[in-house]
Ligand binder design. Structure first.
Ligand code: NAD
Length: 506
């Protein structure tokens, strides 16, 4: 990605957050934050300089000295306050998000809410960051574990959930005693910055949370920085693979949650109306720009007769700006994204799939300049076609046919991605077989977008994830802490013991 972009000069600038202060960048390189429904320039965002990134990391490093020793109750209370502030500002946060990202206002509230759940979980850190103790592992000897924070951690986030995904990262990292440097998506950083303001208002001390902006150069600086101990990344497979390799090479702990091609497998015994509603919502909601979008349907046997009904359902969805009441499908994030999605639709036609519903160039009165693509459905798709092999990240549903559940499972497992999947059926036996044999991190049974709540962790397998531990939930506590084992013997008198022992025993 190129860090150089044309910019407007008469709009507000997005600030960096360094050592508790929102500061103007001294960079010469900026890019516009653009409303995808109107092309209005909302703000300009800086590509932070190397010195600014160093200053953010240095502030986090200084703050770590005291933050790591802050009592657990004091840390937890900040997140109790923070969740309250987010609730109070829900409407404002959703409006900022919709303006810069495009999704509908109710969906923007959902974006904030799924992040808020992680903040609530971070407020329970007292119960989460507990070590273990084994009593009398040898005579008079106990062994116990301390889950200690790592130091400065960093987060790099994508454009599609500008509230939820930053909130997957910094609350749990900070609640466990680390300090943080966040690099939000340069395409929609405004709601993320508002969330950071609220975090400071909730009591996060200066230097504990810092924000730098930028693209490739900033990300590479984070990967290379010797004082950053861990990197959490969410975004495309191409960039995530690069981040994983580069940051691991620099000795960091890294987790990368990446791209997807999620299959919904539909058996003919499923509840038809509920299944078609679920498919349409999960394929076209957020204009298909969810990493858990059900972008591929595998219709098994007689379920192939449902295509006409699915098309009819998709036609009922309203394409409009996310701020308009009743909108189902908003614009995609940028003109470049729209062109990419339209190009992929054209490739599907060229490669012989059947275009059942063409959503290109929909009429959206009042928003003629918006990046709109309407619901689009292909049937007859197959591996080897670009519409199947690539993540489209737009409101395009690609349908494949299978004759049996076994064939469907084989198809899903042969796809390189393993982020999410779902089966629609009324057969418990079929659902259980699917759950056992499918090689995908997150499985829904009659649930189209099975993103787990923070009592669990986001998972993902194969090309959709690098690193062992997922963001938020219990796995995030492990990711953001170093386990230290202590083996202790306390003498209760002045006896001389048994003399020098040169064996390995305790
Ligand atoms: P992206 O990979 O383009 O950007 C992600 C981050 O990487 C951004 O902060 C961006 O500034 C930075 N970046 C972009 N190009 C870079 C480069 N060449 N070198 C270094 N850094 C670079 O992703 P996106 O388009 O913002 O988001 C969409 C992608 O994210 C989709 O593939 C989607 O599936 C994925 N995603 C995955 C999950 C998940 O949990 N698995 C969740 C949300 C999104």
């Amino acid at each position: 990605m190129n860090d150089m972009h044309a910019v407007a000069t008469d709009v507000a600038t997005v600030k960096l957050l360094i050592d508790g202060e929102f500061v103007e960048s001294s960079t010469a390189h900026w890019r516009d934050v653009v409303n995808p429904a109107t092309q209005a320039v909302l703000a300009r965002v800086p590509m932070a300089t190397p010195a600014e990134i160093d200053a953010a990391v240095a502030a986090a490093q200084r703050a770590f000295k005291t933050w790591r020793k802050t009592p657990i109750g004091a840390r937890a209370r900040i997140f109790l306050k923070y969740q309250q502030l987010i609730r109070e500002h829900m409407g404002e946060l959703a409006a900022i998000l919709t303006a810069e990202q495009g999704k509908t206002l109710p969906d923007a509230e959902g974006d904030v809410f799924r992040g808020l759940e992680v903040v609530e979980h971070a407020a329970a850190i007292g119960n989460l960051q507990l070590g273990e103790l084994a009593n009398n592992v040898a005579g008079g000897v106990d062994t116990y574990t301390l889950l200690q924070p790592l130091g400065v951690c960093a987060g790099i986030t994508p454009f599609n959930f500008p509230a939820m995904i930053p909130l997957w990262m910094f609350p749990m990292a900070i609640a466990t005693g680390n300090t943080f440097v966040l690099k939000p998506s340069e395409q929609d950083p405004l709601v993320t910055m508002r969330l950071c303001e609220l975090a400071l208002q909730a009591g996060i001390p200066k230097g504990v949370l810092n924000v730098v902006h930028g693209g490739e150069t900033a990300v590479n600086a984070i990967c290379d920085h010797p004082d950053i101990k861990a990197v959490s990344f969410v975004g495309s497979t191409k960039v995530g693979t690069h981040v994983y390799q580069r940051a691991s090479l620099a000795g960091k702990r890294v987790q990368c949650m990446m791209g997807a091609k999620n299959h919904a497998v539909v058996l003919a015994d499923a509840n038809k109306e509920q299944t078609l509603n679920a498919l349409a919502g999960a394929a076209f909601g957020a204009a298909g720009q969810r990493c858990m979008a059900a972008s591929t349907a595998v219709l098994v046997g007689a379920a192939n007769d449902w295509i006409a009904d699915l098309v009819a359902k998709a036609k009922t969805l309203k394409v409009n700006a996310g701020t308009e009441a009743g909108t189902d499908v908003g614009p995609v994030i940028s003109c470049a994204a729209r062109e990419r999605v339209e190009g992929l639709i054209a490739s599907g036609v060229e490669q012989g799939a059947t275009l059942e519903l063409d959503g290109r160039a929909p009429a959206v009165p009042g928003y003629e300049r918006g990046n709109f693509v309407g619901p689009t459905i292909f049937s007859g798709a197959a591996p080897g076609m670009r519409i199947y092999d690539e993540e489209i990240f737009g409101p395009v549903l690609v349908i494949l046919r299978a004759e049996t559940l076994d064939e469907a499972i084989e198809l899903v497992n042969a796809n390189p991605n393993g982020n999410g999947t779902a089966i629609f059926t009324q057969s418990g036996a079929a659902a259980r077989r699917f759950q056992e044999d499918i090689d995908v991190g997150q499985v829904g049974i009659n649930v189209p977008i099975p993103v787990p709540v923070p009592l669990f962790s986001f998972s993902g397998s194969r090309a959709s994830k690098l690193g062992d531990l997922g963001p938020y939930g219990k796995q995030a506590v492990t990711f953001y802490t170093q386990t230290k084992t202590v083996t202790a013997r306390w003498f209760d008198d002045d006896t001389l013991g048994h003399g020098v022992n040169t064996t390995i025993s305790l």
